[in-house]
Write a protein that binds this ligand. Structure first.
Ligand code: NI
Length: 488
């Protein structure tokens, strides 16, 4: 029996007399409000053997920022197909919606995920943030999967049919009365699309989430309602009842196992092999791999070990918690593990508290996995402003950019990726790649062979600077004169 442990929680905006629902939900991660009945206890993805985080992105194409993460679950083919199709649908829709030029800030699509259940019923919640020039808008969709039948369904599949959906809509409208005129209850129609994100809290209540702007002014952020278990029970499908039971059992386990102490704070991250190369005397290059760990990361680690080469990894926190054993391997094999934010949002578009939150959570995930605290951060998309720099400084993090871009996320072939890396490499180069990309991993043996043939040693980023990196400073290349390093 895999252990269940909580790695986070959400605070959805609750429509109760306690009035805890007025603040806008965080775009980066949902606030924690203990005791909130609309809080869903997520399943720790590391307890799901065989789960693989997947990533869909499109590099720097067309002036957009896109990062879509979704999980692939073992023995759940129909769910995996559905999640992949949903990721592709959202990307297409976003491309279409942002085709027009003239945005002051780059439009951004960001999707991350949580597990609402992972047993004989599995649930995956995709949380989407879209930035279209002014502010973030957030939407959620939760998909369900029945291991017994092998069928995937939208959230309405938790209910026994259309009449049950009508009754749930009526119950939700009733509970929304407390919110007065702010909420447009007429918008709570019994449509599958409107009820596309439902899950259970630990008490077995059905938590119904609405998207930003869907049933009230956008300023309210997201709204959620918990329909009491006794009212919803007669309306559930057979799978819905098992999902409800799974949430109750998970909450019982959590209440026993909830950690009471802060995660360990280890020594700062250092390569176990650092110091073996003097970059003042040897030609050094720092290969960096972002956005993982993913399905090809283990293979990349094999390749690097075979070639006795070291690299720097910048994992996304949400993926790191799903595959902590890969971070442990990175660290044990002499690579350095940095911080690439929790969900890969452009940090320069977030409030300071959200930047800090994103870096904190990832730091916690990395430290829990490898016992060392990261000292480097690579801001997603390389986007840095004064707030990002200040928060990095407070966290003791040096900002690491790059000066060789392999453009490996633009659908390049392995050959093209290798050619770019090799042709642009120079002593002190920081090379940007992504270990979530199949062609990148295929390119690495060629890169290692050709650069080694030119006399290069493969080191971690701090070794380019003899370990003398300062928190809050941005580093792009080891041969860049310090006085010329850009500050933002
Ligand atoms: Ni990235």
């Amino acid at each position: 029996m895999p252990k269940l442990r909580i790695f986070g929680g959400i605070a959805l905006l609750v429509c109760s007399a306690t009035g805890c629902g007025l603040a806008a939900a965080s775009p980066e991660h949902d606030n924690l409000v203990p005791g909130d009945p609309t809080r869903i206890e997520f399943v720790d993805p590391a307890t799901v053997t065989g789960l693989a985080p997947r990533t869909l992105s499109e590099g720097e194409a067309a002036g957009r920022h896109v990062y879509i993460g979704y999980p692939e679950l073992p023995n759940a083919a129909e769910l995996n197909d559905r999640l992949r199709a949903e990721a592709q649908r959202q990307l297409r829709a976003f491309r279409e919606a942002t085709r027009a030029a003239g945005y002051l800030a780059r439009p951004e699509l960001n999707v991350d995920w949580q597990l609402t259940a992972a047993g004989d019923v599995a649930g995956v919640r995709l949380r989407t943030g879209e930035f279209r020039g002014a502010d973030w808008g957030n939407t959620n969709r939760t998909f369900w999967y029945d291991q017994r039948s092998g069928r995937a369904t939208d959230s309405a599949g938790l209910l026994s049919g259309q009449s049950a959906l009508r009754e749930v809509a009526a119950l939700v409208r009733e509970r929304l009365k407390e919110r007065g005129q702010e909420v447009d209850r007429e918008q709570v129609t019994p449509d599958r699309d409107r009820f596309d994100s439902m899950a259970f809290n630990g008490a077995g209540d059905l938590v119904v989430e609405f998207d930003d702007c869907q049933i009230g002014p956008c300023s309210l952020g997201r709204l959620a309602v918990a329909v009491p278990a006794r009212q919803v029970e007669p309306l559930l499908s057979e799978m819905g009842r098992r999902a409800q039971q799974a949430a109750r059992l998970a909450a019982q386990r959590v209440s026993v196992k909830r950690p009471t102490t802060a995660p360990p704070v280890g020594p700062v991250a250092a390569s176990t092999d650092a110091g073996s190369v003097n970059c003042g005397r040897t030609k050094c290059v720092a290969l960096t791999f972002d956005d993982g760990p993913g399905p090809y990361t283990a293979e990349l680690l094999d390749i690097l070990r075979e070639a006795d080469a070291r690299a720097t990894f910048f994992p996304v926190g949400g993926n790191a918690v799903a595959r902590p054993e890969l971070l442990r391997r990175m660290s044990a094999e002499g690579h350095l593990v940095g911080n690439h934010s929790w969900a890969h949002r452009d940090l320069s578009k977030l409030a300071t508290s959200k930047i800090a939150d994103s870096l904190d959570r990832t730091e916690e995930a990395v430290t829990a996995a490898i016992g060392q605290r990261p000292t480097l951060v690579r801001p997603p998309y390389g986007e840095v402003n004064l707030d990002v720099r200040n928060v990095a400084h407070e966290h003791g993090l040096s900002l690491v950019s790059w000066d060789v871009d392999t453009y490996d996320q633009r659908g390049s072939s392995a050959r093209a990726i290798a050619d770019r890396a090799v042709e642009q490499a120079h002593p002190g180069a920081i090379v940007l790649m992504h270990d979530v990309n199949r062609a990148t991993v295929d390119a690495v043996p060629d890169i290692l062979k050709r650069l080694r043939g030119k006399g290069y040693a493969f080191v971690t980023v701090p070794e380019l600077y003899s370990g003398q990196m300062r928190a809050g400073r941005l580093y792009r290349s080891g041969d860049e004169p310090v006085r010329k390093q850009p500050l933002t």
